[in-house]
Design a protein around this ligand. Structure first.
Ligand code: SF4
Length: 147
């Protein structure tokens, strides 16, 4: 069983989580790593707290109290406008401070977001193509289904 804590970008704090929970159920995006027969339980769900992401310092401790063994940084950090400038720091901090592995992404990248980012100069400079290579490798039809 995987016990997952999700941290979303606070700019999307009102999001109902539909894409993330769908991806968890369908094993897409960041959840594709878990076999279909493995139970995935969400043990925590929070925002970063808003730029520059102060909640990241504390919220993994809450996740751990609920048995968390892996943290997912939501796809909104990858393809928001602009992409989160601190996503690498969040990943390294959580892995170093809390010893929890951090997966970049929850749901697949919606195709319409990718099509826009492909035309933005700062997207290449962000290094996100490498950090989220597993999301970018998903079929375009799947991305379109998450538009
Ligand atoms: S851009 Fe990054 S630091 Fe800013 S609100 Fe979103 S996740 Fe938090």
């Amino acid at each position: 069983m995987a016990k997952v804590g999700i941290i979303i970008c606070a700019r999307y704090r009102d999001c109902g989580g539909g894409k993330c929970f769908r991806a968890m159920r369908e094993r897409h995006g960041g959840f594709a790593r878990y076999p279909a027969d493995e139970t995935v339980e969400i043990v925590g769900y929070s925002t970063c707290g808003g730029c520059p992401g102060g909640n990241v310092e504390y919220v993994p401790a809450e996740f751990i109290k609920n048995g968390c063994d892996v943290v997912h940084l939501a796809t909104g950090l990858v393809v928001g406008y602009p992409p989160c400038p601190s996503i690498r720091r969040f990943k390294e901090f959580i892995e170093t401070q809390y010893g929890l592995p951090v997966v970049v992404g929850t749901h697949p990248i919606p195709l319409k977001y990718l099509q826009t980012h492909d035309r933005l100069s700062f997207w290449d400079a962000s290094g996100m193509r490498e950090l989220a290579a597993h999301l970018l490798a998903e079929p375009r039809e799947l991305m379109e289904a998450y538009n």
